[in-house]
Design a protein around this ligand. Structure first.
Ligand SMILES: [Zn+2]
Length: 213
């Protein structure tokens, strides 16, 4: 895949396949892509066990939950949730909780649900998933050499607050803070300032500021 093909690609599985084959895939970021997809249907996750599975998966991604906690959250969904939740949500939560069979998550998310047109849902899921992948992994053809001097206390505090709250409304302010620190990288500044960009936990710019990968 060329950079032009990457930028034009609208198929999430092709993007993920390229990422998998081009470099060792950061497992944390893969987990966060699927957690973000689950957060998109948060209102539909009325069973607390499913929400717990996503929350534990996010904590696990950052090394803040043990494998036992992750396994327990997975078991709660796998063994107890069947009668309370339909297969779509169950499968999605299972994927988030254990991050296995990752491509299946996309399939399940795009399956018909009550009140949704199946084709529209698939199209919307694809578009959204592509946006999540691009936010979390950035452009693999243009890795940014992030200067540690840009990691000022202001920039780190802003990125940390957005990461913790999952509210990324301060991205333009982060751009200002990075610029104040001497950052002149257009990719970084544009990603923060372009209102069309989606930002979720694992956003490649916030991760660089927080020194996460
Ligand atoms: Zn972002």
């Amino acid at each position: 895949m060329t950079e032009a093909e990457w930028l034009a690609c609208e198929e999430p599985t092709q993007l993920l396949n390229y990422l998998r084959t081009s470099a060792p895939l950061p497992v944390r970021k893969m987990r966060l892509v699927y957690c973000a997809a689950c957060r998109d249907i948060w209102d539909e996750l009325t069973d607390p066990r499913y929400r717990r599975a996503v929350e534990v998966a996010e904590l696990f991604a950052d090394g803040l939950a043990s494998d036992e906690e992750r396994a327990a959250a997975w078991d709660a969904v796998a063994t107890n949730g069947a009668s309370l939740f339909d297969p779509l949500r169950k499968a999605t939560m299972l994927t988030a909780a254990r991050h296995m069979a990752a491509p299946n998550c996309l399939y399940y998310l795009s399956q018909p649900r009550d009140g949704h047109d199946a084709n529209q849902l698939r199209a919307r899921t694809r578009v959204r998933f592509v946006a999540l992948i691009r936010d979390i992994f950035g452009n693999p053809f243009r890795p940014v050499a992030f200067d540690p001097a840009w990691r000022t206390s202001d920039a780190v505090a802003l990125a940390r607050a957005m990461y913790d709250s999952r509210n990324f409304g301060a991205m333009p302010i982060l751009a200002d803070a990075l610029q104040d620190a001497g950052c002149d990288n257009e990719q970084v500044l544009n990603h923060c300032r372009d209102a069309n960009h989606v930002h979720v936990r694992g956003c490649w710019v916030c991760d660089l500021v927080l020194n996460k990968n």
